[in-house]
Write a protein that binds this ligand. Structure first.
Ligand code: AMP
Ligand code: MN
Ligand code: MN
Length: 321
């Protein structure tokens, strides 16, 4: 079992270097964006030179949060020539999309909360007990007396509310709420994030949701609920896969259902999102198909059509419920 570096080693890595590239996982989510921007604001306040790398257009739902005053670099093939990299919220290096080869050119500090993180960094700080990577950034900042500006605080709250479903999921503990309380005292505006995340839907996304829900299937003695989105659904509603954020929760949030699954066909592959309520470790199911995640929220990508892929996946899920 690999172990974390000492806190003093993490602190030295930050103190002894001036320029950092910050990277997160592909299919960026709120924890990832909030952690990247939160850490960027903290380090910028310490006069570090910070670039945030990203791999594709941000989902509409997160556009509201994009920090105009930070430096971003779109990575398609070439990775910025920066020797110190901090990777956030990413269980494996294979989640870095076009930056997958980053370890050949840079020293990596890996900060994450996925329990299946494989310690790919030169330095590693993994805390599976943390509800979000944003929580870890907050704890490190407190430990090292790093400056948490109001903008940093706002981003760390975005990270935490994203991975706790706004405090609804079982990973929400007293520590989570205590951290958010302190971040609010530092200037974070919780209501603003809530409105932006849940009350600013595009009509196109709601139409996609309607089509998706109309295909709901409940199987395995009502323990499994499946939702399907085909390429045609995106075309007909003028949406993209990024607009399906959160849809899988509708499958999970049904009485008696233990596992909710969303199958989304995109780029000749099917993106499968798993959510569970009480006992099924969906990260173990996702891992069987080359993916991963958390016990209650996991995902994978499988090559093939919707019918073919969903059949295979459902057969495996039935062994777990
Ligand atoms: P999602 O269903 O995309 O919201 O993902 C839920 C969780 O599963 C997240 O914590 C991701 O980190 C993880 N996850 C999603 N897709 C993959 C993948 N292809 N490989 C590994 N982990 C994944
Ligand atoms: Mn994430
Ligand atoms: Mn996370």
């Amino acid at each position: 079992m690999p172990v974390n570096n000492n806190l003093s080693e993490i602190e030295s890595f930050i103190q002894n270097n001036n320029e950092f590239l910050l990277l997160g996982h592909e299919n960026i989510d709120g924890d990832c964006l909030g952690s990247l921007q939160g850490l960027a604001y903290i380090l910028a306040e310490m006069d570090k030179d910070i670039t945030i790398g990203y791999y594709q257009a941000l989902p509409d739902i997160l556009q509201f949060a994009v920090a105009e005053d930070l430096r971003f670099s779109l990575i398609e093939d070439e990775i910025p020539d920066i020797s110190q990299v901090i990777v956030l919220d990413s269980s494996g290096i294979d989640r870095l999309g076009p930056a997958v080869d980053i370890s050949q050119q840079a020293e990596i500090l890996n900060i994450d909360h996925h329990e299946d993180n494989n310690f790919y960094g030169d330095l590693n700080y993994i805390s599976p007990a943390a509800a979000a990577t944003g929580t870890i950034i907050y704890n490190l900042a407190r430990e090292f007396n790093w400056p948490i500006t109001d903008r940093a605080a706002q981003n760390l709250v975005l990270a935490i509310v994203s991975d706790t479903g706004f405090f609804r999921y079982s990973n929400t503990d007293a520590q989570t709420l205590a951290t958010v309380k302190e971040l609010m005292e530092l200037g974070a505006d919780l209501h603003k994030i809530n409105r932006a995340l849940y009350s600013q839907n595009k009509p196109e996304r709601m139409r996609l949701l309607g089509r998706t829900l109309s295909k709901l299937e409940i199987i395995a003695a009502r323990k499994v609920a499946c939702l399907y989105i085909d390429e045609e659904d995106y075309q007909q509603t003028g949406t993209t896969p990024q607009d399906n954020e959160g849809f899988v929760n509708y499958a999970r949030d049904i009485a008696d259902v233990e596992v909710g699954i969303l199958f989304s066909r995109e780029n000749n592959q099917v993106k499968v999102s798993f959510r569970s309520n009480n006992y099924v470790k969906v990260n173990e199911i996702a891992a069987e198909f080359g993916g991963g995640g958390h016990p209650r929220a996991a995902g994978c990508k499988i090559t093939g059509g919707l019918t073919e892929v969903s059949k295979k996946v459902i057969a495996e899920v039935k062994n777990h419920v």
